[in-house]
Design a protein. Sequence first.
Length: 140
Amino acid sequence: MQKFIYLLGFGLTTSLAVAQGQATPAARYLMLVREVDASDANASRRISLTVIAPDGTFRTEELQVEANKVSKKAVNASIARFTPDSTNNFLRRQRYIQNIVHQAEVKKLNELSAQGWQLVSTTQEAQTIRYLFRKDGPAN
């Protein structure tokens, strides 16, 4: 009986050691960085969306949007309802450009989410926003 208890204890100890020895899949991280360079006083903006992959590679998409070249029809068509004299055309164009930036940003966030990435944190510093994503599981 004593040998049986020792054998049972050895079996339990061994199974616990093996269970602890199995590595859990490492988490991988990805970063999306959105930068807006609005240094031009003529409302021209250079926007970049950079994806930094877990292996260190990066891919940058650049958008250059000039508010002066957006037609008044396009700007007014994007406004659901406005009151007379609420804003001038310059401010409406600026808002339209901001919405284009947000639209590109949301498309990229949805694309990453569809790939299984989960948003962990967001930080903002001036015109730069950084999104940190995490994906659990084996490395692809």
